[in-house]
Ligand binder design. Structure first.
Ligand SMILES: *Cc1c(COP(=O)(O)O)cnc(C)c1O
Length: 432
């Protein structure tokens, strides 16, 4: 691709110019290199497992838009659907068949989603789910788990996972105490005792924003039972796990049916999207049928629904099996590379998700089970590994608590190349 006129073929120059107009040079704070040091590569284009920066350097990409991309970048099924959709207009302000079809597809694959409302981001989905849970139950209290991340939703920013943990902030400035005064933060993988003040429990059924932490046996079932005991709603935040762990997401894998589910990322095929799905009587509390307001100018956008449908159409059970095999293989090659270099690290796998944990605080090979354990990761060691991998042409997320996203583009050859790069990078990182 040729750069737009006037754009220099220099990461440093483009980023400096961006910083002069965009706070920190990024439109999502986790993209900054604050946690690992240095300045970001600036992406020009991407295809399959690769991204190219504006200098023409190619990287094997394990960021994959933090999980929004699962077929690989610029997959022809998605780009073709987008071109066709765009030719018919990009937003109307009236219902479309495309949103019906995507909602039908989500509902068919995730049976707990008897009704689905589409919106523009995972953050919008979680904030809508908070309002809906409170409106439906008439209660205010929300329970969340330490280290789970639910997007930039005020009521759920009492303690964050993803970016917030990396930046070392307990919550964030700008959220009034009142916005989180009804938010309780409890440790992951322990079923909390609830009472009748609780509207909803929000949980990442696999915690994918603290290095990928699996739910302990019985944890999700225990949450279901405790919510039922006090009449609280169980909300699965499947923004990452939805349509990535398998056809029916984490709820299918673990056999626990939530009342509400939030989606994002994969369901948009790389375009901005979010969704809330759930039990009919709860979902019909949303306006215009019910008393809980929700609206969005671009909600159910025809480009996003076309890209999402194209992506879901490719995601057959066989594809999930393939991706799970690749995830396991990625973990194996990374583990072998770090072990051989004497660089303590662990790469836990849950289905198609791969996480990471650095240092020997938990003992080599031991995966964290909660936020306190996850945050024993050696962030300085990760920063060294991150930069050594980047120098080897492999792009990881610039934060120690992110997942490694495997997609259809990561063929066995590509994973072998990642392994070879990691063998060299782990020696560099161990020696530093
Ligand atoms: C990414 C993410 C969100 C936020 O989604 P956005 O589309 O970035 O607003 C919410 N929950 C989880 C679990 C996520 O990983």
């Amino acid at each position: 691709m040729t750069l737009p006129p006037g754009v220099p073929a220099s990461n440093a120059e483009v980023f400096a110019r961006s910083c002069a107009v965009i706070p920190g040079g990024v439109n999502s704070s986790i993209r900054a290199f604050k946690a690992v040091g240095g300045t970001p590569y600036v992406v020009d284009r991407a295809e399959g497992p690769y991204v190219w920066d504006v200098e023409g350097t190619r990287y094997i990409d394990l960021v994959q838009s933090y999980g929004a991309i699962i077929l690989g970048h610029a997959h022809p099924a998605v780009t073709g659907a987008l071109a066709a959709a765009a030719a018919g207009g990009t937003s109307y302000g009236a219902p479309t068949p495309g949103e019906m079809l995507l909602a039908e597809e989500i509902s068919a694959r995730v049976p707990s989603c008897e009704r689905v409302r589409l919106m523009n981001s995972g953050t919008e989905a979680t904030s809508t789910a908070v309002r809906l849970a409170r409106g439906y139950t008439g209660r205010d209290r929300i329970v969340i788990f330490h280290g789970n991340f639910h997007g930039a939703t005020d009521a759920l920013l009492a303690a964050g996972g993803s970016g917030v943990a990396t930046l070392g902030l307990p919550g964030t400035a700008g959220v009034p105490a009142a916005a989180v005064s009804e938010t309780m933060v409890v440790p992951y993988n322990v079923v909390p005792q609830l009472d009748e003040s609780v509207a909803a429990v929000f949980v990442e059924p696999v915690a994918a924003n603290m290095g990928v932490v699996a739910p302990a046996p019985g944890f999700l079932e225990g949450l279901r039972a405790e919510c039922d005991r006090v009449g609280a709603l169980l909300v699965f935040d499947e923004v990452i796990t939805g349509f990535r762990l398998g056809t029916g997401g984490a709820q299918e894998r673990f056999g626990v049916r939530p009342d509400l589910t939030t989606f994002g990322k994969v369901i948009g095929g790389g375009l901005p999207i979010g969704a809330v799905g759930g039990r009919r009587e709860i979902m019909e509390t949303l306006s215009p049928l019910g008393k809980v307001f929700h609206a969005g100018t671009l909600a159910g956008n025809p480009l996003a629904t076309a890209a999402g449908r194209a992506a879901l159409a490719e995601l057959t059970p066989a594809v999930y099996e393939l991706l799970a095999g690749r995830a396991a293989r990625l973990s194996t090659v990374l583990q072998a590379a770090c072990d051989a270099a004497g660089f303590p690290a662990t790469f836990p796998v849950v289905g198609t998700l791969v996480g990471m944990h650095f240092g020997s605080a938990l003992g080599n090979g031991t995966a964290p089970t909660n936020f306190a354990e996850a945050t024993t990761t050696d962030e300085a060691a990760y920063a060294r590994f991150f930069h050594a991998m980047l120098a080897e042409g492999v792009a990881l997320a610039p934060g120690a608590y992110e997942a490694l996203f495997v997609g259809l583009g990561h063929t066995d050859d590509v994973i072998a190349a990642i392994g070879a790069a990691a063998a060299r990078a782990a020696r560099v990182a161990a020696a530093a």
